[in-house]
Design a binder for this molecule. Structure first.
Ligand code: TMP
Ligand code: ASP
Length: 235
């Protein structure tokens, strides 16, 4: 198969169908724009399963994505889209770069959910962007930016409630969108503990990639914990 793109955690391949791509989930973990790298056995499988579960959940709630189906432990068939080079971050609590940038401590719930945009560009270290910057860089039209914002907030509502039923706080997450050939905007990439902050409601324990970024150990074990809780029937 023809490789289209190799990212840090996934590889994208062409398929026989010109409208579909295949995503291969790798075990590579990176942080701080690749300065930190490791192989975490089974991470790819877990992220494929968790992303599949989340895309299916969103679909049931009327929010489609590029997801078509799971083909193997590490492979997902998706609709072909051209990724918009924006990292769309939704925040429910203060954490990570938000805490760092403004000298705040992590944990407090935000009164208003925040949506932030970062320019997906490794060479520039993914700088924060305002909507005017997105427009200036011709990454998206104003109506598209509003559509992306609204989709991000809708996705947050569903996922925040879902995780809360699993006794997990969805602190923040990053999503990406792509354009289909006919110009529709679709949720793409993955949604997994690599791209979310997930804190246990009772203990506050981190169940996400911060365990890798901050050398806390038990990284894949935590991803597994998230997956096991997700699979339990909702009460
Ligand atoms: P941040 O607080 O470091 O800006 O991260 C916000 C959210 O985005 C957090 O859930 C982790 C996720 N994220 C990614 O998925 N990829 C990235 O490259 C970064 C920096 C954050
Ligand atoms: N994904 C980014 C990297 O590889 C950073 C991160 O998730 O913290 O460097």
């Amino acid at each position: 198969m023809n490789k289209i793109y190799e990212g840090k955690a996934k590889t994208v391949y062409e398929t026989e169908n010109s409208q579909e791509y295949l995503l291969y989930f790798k075990d590579d973990a990176t942080a701080f724009n690749n300065k930190k790298h490791d192989i975490l056995e089974n991470k790819g499988k877990l992220n494929n399963r968790i992303s599949t579960f989340i895309f299916q959940l969103l679909e049931k709630q009327g929010m489609p994505s590029h997801f078509i189906k799971n083909i193997s432990d590490r492979e997902m068939l998706v609709k072909k889209v051209k990724i918009i080079p924006l990292e769309v971050v939704v925040r429910n609590r203060i954490a990570g770069s938000l805490a760092k940038r403004y000298g705040l401590s992590e944990g407090e719930e935000l009164k208003n959910t925040m949506v932030e945009f970062y320019y997906k560009n490794d060479a520039l270290d993914d700088p924060l962007m305002t909507e005017d910057h997105i427009y200036m860089m011709r990454l998206a039209a104003n109506e598209e930016i509003q559509e992306i914002r609204e989709m991000a907030l809708r996705i947050n509502k569903v996922l925040k409630n879902f995780f809360l039923q699993k006794k997990i706080h969805l602190v923040d997450f990053k999503i990406e969108f792509g354009r289909t050939e006919d110009g529709r905007i679709l949720l793409a990439d993955e949604i997994s503990p690599d791209s979310c902050r997930l804190w246990d409601v009772t203990t506050g324990e981190k169940l996400d990639k911060d365990r890798f970024r901050r050398d806390m150990g038990r990284v894949t074990e935590s991803y597994e914990e998230v997956f096991n809780r997700m699979r339990e029937a909702c009460v």
